[in-house]
Design a protein around this ligand. Structure first.
Ligand code: LLP
Length: 437
């Protein structure tokens, strides 16, 4: 905990707002974001590109955290975003996000979603497979609508991360396989499509990556393929999109590089490789999701019941859990928690933080050192800004928490807490058969 994140009473602050006040005002569980921290991460990425004097684009992977206010914040910072579904696209539209700055991803975009994207005028469609390529070729020709695309390729390089979030290996559901000639075939097909304008190549090797190595390997491989394509296919991309995946620190055990270190390495490797292959420098696009929002988010819970099993374990239960943060249950993800009323108090207990859901796997944190606690204390789980709210569910018919943005001492509700009425809003009563009436 940085000392500037505490006020004079030692309460944990987020964006200059006292978390105890936030818990009282908006209730718990509650997602709170320090939006200044998101802006600072974006600025840091911009700065590395600027220092290296290269053409670039930062495209926020909005799956990490998407709400109307978030798309508006991204628009204020003048960067792009990517969407992976009609629902994310719709939310961006509701936020008046500039559609030319949107990339549309997905391995099974429906005809309705492709049509929606063309109607909206999204800037780039990232084509994933041959079926999509032919569907889009037909659709754009029917509509006589020139459409900018990139091709997503699977480079056959895997990142060292959890299997579920590793995507670059050859055996992946995403993208055209690079090593079996599928990518070459896709380029030829795109070149032949009258209304498709192929501007770039995309790849994304995984998420929560801690080593530079994987990114340097994909740059080496891509640039050498690009040089071959220039010779053999008369195609050289304007844009190389290397995806996201820059790892962040969740606990003291994590020692990630700065996200900007990844970008610096990617840029330098691209400069070196394009020079070595005597091909033009590329415009570099990145798609950070987690690294823009994870550290900016905190989840506030209220501690409720406890269970102390002598010689075994102490459980502290909170009023949320796997419905607002599925990551510990799904990926064995680790988090750290502090007591919001004073994160500097010395530890007096080791407790495991349990959620309120009817499932033994609903554990947010195992064996957390904490000061003495009592029911009613506010517990802050740190670094929950990525893939928390965006993966939230109504399991056990628990309403999803509200989301509050905090900046420069002001808080603002940006997603309302769900009510019980919201839970049954789409339910329809069982119709009674005629004869039993
Ligand atoms: N670009 C593409 C094409 C992606 O598939 C992803 C993430 C990103 C960018 C952003 O990756 P990031 O910078 O956030 O690591 N639910 C999982 C993460 C799934 C990531 C899926 N794709 C989790 O909670 O860890």
């Amino acid at each position: 905990i940085k000392t500037d994140a505490l006020n004079s009473a030692h309460h944990l602050m987020v964006g200059g707002v006292d978390t105890l006040t936030l818990a009282k005002t908006y209730q718990t569980p509650l997602y709170v974001y320090d939006t200044g921290a998101i802006r600072a991460e974006i600025a840091a990425f911009k700065q590395v590109f600027e220092e290296n004097h290269v053409n670039y684009q930062i495209s926020y992977a909005s799956k990490a955290f998407a709400t109307v206010a978030m798309y508006q914040l991204i628009a204020q910072e003048h960067i792009h975003c990517d969407v992976v579904s009609g629902g994310e696209l719709y939310t961006a539209q509701q936020a008046d996000f500039p559609m030319a700055a949107v990339s549309f991803h997905g391995n099974n975009k429906s005809l309705a979603e492709l049509t929606m994207a063309l109607d909206a005028g999204v800037g780039t469609i990232v084509v994933d497979n041959f079926d999509e390529l032919s569907q889009l070729t037909t659709l754009t020709a029917q509509r006589q609508q020139l459409t900018t695309i990139m091709l997503r390729i699977a480079p056959g390089i895997s990142a060292h991360t959890h299997d579920y979030i590793s995507t670059g290996q050859a055996d992946s559901k995403f993208g055209f396989d690079l090593n079996s000639g599928q990518a070459d075939q896709a380029i030829r097909a795109a070149q032949a499509a009258p209304y498709l304008k192929l501007v770039g190549i995309h790849c994304h090797i995984g998420s929560q990556i801690f080593e530079l190595n994987g990114f340097e390997m994909i740059v080496d491989k891509l640039v050498s393929e690009f040089a071959r394509w220039q010779r053999e296919l008369d195609f050289y991309p304007q844009i190389m999109n290397v995806g996201g995946g820059f790892g962040v620190k969740y606990t003291a055990e994590d020692h990630p590089l700065q996200p900007t270190d990844f970008v610096d390495a990617i840029v330098k490797e691209t400069l070196a490789q394009t020079a070595a292959h005597q091909v033009p420098m590329l415009e570099i696009w990145i798609e950070p999701g987690r690294s823009l929002v994870a550290a900016a988010g905190t989840t506030l819970y209220t501690i409720g019941d406890e269970k102390d099993i002598p010689g075994i374990r102490k459980y502290l239960s909170v009023d949320g859990g796997m419905g607002d943060n599925i990551r510990p249950a799904l990926y064995q993800a680790k988090y750290e928690a502090v007591l919001a009323k004073d994160p500097t108090l010395p530890a007096e207990q080791v407790a495991s933080i349990a959620g309120k859901y009817c499932e033994s796997g609903d554990m947010l944190i195992w064996n957390q050192q904490l000061p003495a606690t009592k029911a009613g204390d506010v517990l802050a789980v740190l670094d929950t800004g990525a893939y928390g709210y965006s993966m939230a569910s109504n399991y056990n018919r628990n309403p999803r928490p509200a989301v509050v943005f905090c900046e420069q001492g002001h808080s603002q509700l940006v997603v309302q807490r769900e009510s019980y009425a919201d839970l049954t809003r789409l339910d329809l009563p069982l119709s009674v058969p005629e004869k039993t009436k």
